[in-house]
Write a protein that binds this ligand. Structure first.
Ligand SMILES: *Cc1c(COP(=O)(O)O)cnc(C)c1O
Length: 359
């Protein structure tokens, strides 16, 4: 946060002093400002400025124009089928189809930001990246959309680019199939920086939801037990396809080649994977995910309420500090004591941070 979100770090320090930097649990002291209108305004203003900074970076590096007044809905992480970037794509196409059906439909303005690398030999992962870009090409350039939806793929996702993205995030997509994510760490970075999570009961999402409270977390999807039960009784994705009209239209749309002009079969492997085995159960979670995103829309239409939830997320991330984890290991497992390190010997940035912490 000190490096990547300096404005928020400064606001926090102005309110509660600097001890939170070395002991993140102290960030909880911000609780007493939760009804302080001035503090809440400062908090949301900083989020807005971080969004502007990202928009400027995106425009300068790629020419793509991003509206900082839209909801920043972000999924950045390795590209893997279990992480279900594709579920977010199904959501985007659903919204797009609603606009095509009724161009005047009242729809929350959203910018969908993806960043992900695929392993070199992972064919499906690469095809999903291709689909995200292809959907962006159509959605972003369709005059009916009128810039209400925008799909942005950030190439070469890395920690340095993450430092621009996490501080600008409002909605953190943590939508893996329950039982597949060991922990996740991106989920913590987002929440600390004031994003709200839309997520399944998987990995550290479970502890994050406990820490921030169920009211401040957008939960959807099957649980681990439900995934198991559904698989053992013989999961049939085609049933969802047959009985859910919007879902059927989305999949038909991909299958028709709508997003791959001149190459109608390009995304056929994705369609076959969904209607065949659907190993990661996207079709089973589709409606629950859409309903949850509708709750997100409702909440976002009340900016003061949203800001309070954002603050609550951030101030309850104390236990997710790596410092806390390591010091517990030192005491309980390794039986070692801390030593002082001369940071100047390492790097200028580290030295600068250490001075900042000691002010
Ligand atoms: C945090 C981080 C990840 C891990 O993200 P998850 O959402 O936990 O999978 C991956 N890549 C980069 C560059 C990160 O900063």
């Amino acid at each position: 946060m000190l490096i990547s979100n300096p404005k928020l770090a400064l606001l926090i320090t102005e309110k509660i002093g600097k001890n939170w930097i070395n002991n993140l649990e102290e960030i909880k002291q911000l609780e007493r400002f939760i009804d302080d209108q001035n503090f809440c305004n400062n908090w949301s203003q900083i989020k807005y400025e971080n969004k502007q900074d990202f928009a400027e970076y995106k425009q300068q590096t790629t020419g793509i124009v991003v509206n900082p007044n839209s909801l920043f809905d972000i999924q950045v992480k390795r590209l893997h089928e279990y992480k279900r970037q594709l579920l977010s794509v199904l959501h985007i196409i659903t919204l797009y189809n609603r606009i095509k059906k009724n161009p005047d439909v009242d729809i929350l303005h959203r910018t969908f930001i993806f960043g992900a690398k695929a392993a070199p030999g992972y064919y499906m992962a690469k095809l999903i990246i291709k689909l995200i870009n292809a959907v962006g090409e159509i959605v972003n350039n369709d005059p009916d959309v009128r810039d209400r939806l925008k799909v942005v793929f950030v190439p070469n996702f890395s920690v340095s680019i993450g430092q621009r993205i996490y501080p600008a995030a409002e909605l953190s997509e943590q939508i893996s199939t329950a039982g597949k994510e060991a922990s996740g760490t991106g989920n913590m970075k987002f929440s600390l920086n004031g994003a709200l999570t839309v997520g399944t009961l998987d990995g550290a999402n479970i502890e994050i939801r406990e820490a921030v409270g169920a009211d401040n977390f957008f939960l959807f999807g099957l649980t681990v037990a439900e995934v198991k039960a559904l698989k053992s009784q013989g999961y049939n994705p085609e049933q969802y396809y047959t009985y859910n009209q919007e879902l059927r239209q989305v999949i038909d749309c991909i299958a028709s080649g709508y997003f791959s002009p001149g190459k109608p079969n390009l995304f056929q492997p994705i369609v076959e994977s969904l209607l065949g085995k659907d190993e990661y159960m996207l079709l089973a979670d589709y409606q629950s995910y859409l309903d949850c995103q509708e709750r997100v829309n409702q909440a976002y239409r009340h900016p003061e309420y949203w800001t309070q939830m954002s603050i609550i997320n951030s101030i309850n991330m104390g236990k997710f500090s790596a410092d806390r984890t390591i010091s517990e290991y030192c005491q309980e497992i390794w039986n070692v004591e801390s030593v002082t390190i001369d940071m100047e010997a390492y790097s200028q940035e580290a030295a600068g941070l250490q001075r900042y912490c000691q002010i």
